[in-house]
Design a protein around this ligand. Structure first.
Ligand code: AMP
Length: 114
């Protein structure tokens, strides 16, 4: 989608190092990390948010789980723990209208979130 920053990253119009990639998604470090480890998992297809996911996106969702497993091990946060966040809509704090899974780790995180 034109003017979508994550579509531009997926299409390599904005140079970004991918930590992980498969047919349906890419993962890259958040530009403004909120924890020592903070990366995003983003569908290659433009999907605005969690509620826009369709049945046909199931391979993407299973890929998200695989990417989380592989990257948390690779980046060394699997044992101490981590948090997966999908901010959705205004109250959820979503600022980029292209679905993304935040994965944060490397420090203790309080609850409830702010
Ligand atoms: P959210 O507020 O949940 O929509 O998250 C959007 C995230 O995208 C924020 O954590 C931003 O720091 C991150 N972000 C925005 N632009 C970039 C970029 N060019 N590369 C990596 N992360 C980005």
């Amino acid at each position: 989608m034109a003017d979508c920053i994550f579509c531009k990253i997926v299409q390599k119009q904005i140079p970004t190092e991918f930590l992980y990639e498969d047919d349906n998604l890419v993962a890259f470090r958040d530009i403004n990390p909120q924890a020592p480890v903070h990366f995003l998992i983003v569908p290659k297809k433009h999907i605005a948010n969690l509620l826009e996911l369709k049945g046909e996106d199931f391979p993407f969702l299973s890929g998200v789980l695989k990417a989380i497993g592989e990257l948390t091990h690779k980046l060394g946060i699997h044992e101490a723990g981590f948090r997966v966040v999908v901010n959705t809509g205004d109250n959820g704090g979503q600022t980029v209208p292209h679905l993304h899974f935040h994965v944060l780790g490397g420090r203790f995180m309080g609850w409830p979130p702010g």
